[in-house]
Write a protein that binds this ligand. Structure first.
Ligand code: AP5
Length: 214
């Protein structure tokens, strides 16, 4: 099963992608997580990506396309994968289609987690991310067992640099301009599944699974 997660920043793509990855035992590939790991390890890619990310801009296509295309050719992706945060522009989507076509494959579903901008602002201010393993929580909707301590690895939690209100507004603008057109792109390919992302996390998950298994 080859799945793409679409949706505004903070819509819940990562939350659902992790749950789907566990259920179907296929890799969860988050380009945001890949960039954050590179920033943490101070790699050349991390140094190039950081300025764009902190400003709420997209990292240029040429820094992300080859990285994803190479990743989905790895053996653990033969059974399928979940792409979270990629593609984010029409050229990225076309590059992905091209790479999959060459292997006689295609995306099965583009899952669009639909949440209005007003709800996004509230979600982002309450999101906390683990500095160790990258797991994400929400102080109200998905709290940790112990305050500010990751349930998975025990490291501390932080508010992501790009989750500050001004940067979130910029990310939403960028989303509407550059990423939202992908909804039509996948609708035309008859691969779009839109789910109301304002519902409870488990309701969203069960709705997606219900369609995938129809
Ligand atoms: P990335 O990390 O992909 O950020 P994003 O798309 O902005 O998405 P988020 O991770 O912020 O949110 P999400 O939708 O995964 O929501 P989550 O599940 O955490 O990218 C960061 C940056 O990297 C980009 O801005 C860009 O610069 C760069 N980048 C990455 N990929 C790129 C690409 N392909 N091209 C160019 N640049 C790229 O949920 C959010 C919060 O809400 C959490 O606290 C969660 O617990 C809570 N929540 C989730 N679901 C619900 C629910 N149903 N109800 C209540 N709360 C919920």
């Amino acid at each position: 099963m080859k799945i793409i997660m679409l949706g505004a920043p903070g819509a819940g793509k990562g939350t659902q992608a992790k749950m789907l990855s566990e259920k179907y035992d296929i890799p969860h590939i988050s380009t945001g997580d890949i960039f954050r790991a590179n920033i943490k390890n101070n790699t050349e890619l991390g140094k190039k990506a950081k300025g764009y990310m902190d400003a709420g801009q997209l990292v240029p296509d040429e820094l992300v396309v080859d990285l994803v295309v190479d990743r989905i050719k790895q053996q653990d992706c033969f059974k399928g994968f979940i792409l979270d945060g990629f593609p984010r522009t029409i050229p990225q989507a076309e590059a992905l289609d091209y790479a999959l076509n060459n292997q006689n494959e295609k995306i099965d579903y583009a899952v669009n987690v639909d949440v209005p901008d007003e709800a996004i602002i509230e979600r982002m201010s309450g999101r906390r991310a683990c500095v160790g393993c990258g797991a994400t929580y929400h102080i109200k909707y998905n709290p940790t067992k112990k305050p500010d301590v990751c349930d998975v690895c025990g490291e501390k939690l932080i508010l992501r640099e790009d989750d500050k209100a001004e940067t979130v507004k910029k990310r939403l603008e960028v989303y509407h301009e550059q990423t939202q057109p992908l909804i039509d792109y996948y609708a035309k390919k008859d691969a779009l599944l839109t789910v109301d992302g304002t519902q409870d996390i488990n309701v969203v998950f069960n709705t997606i699974v219900g369609v995938l298994e129809k």
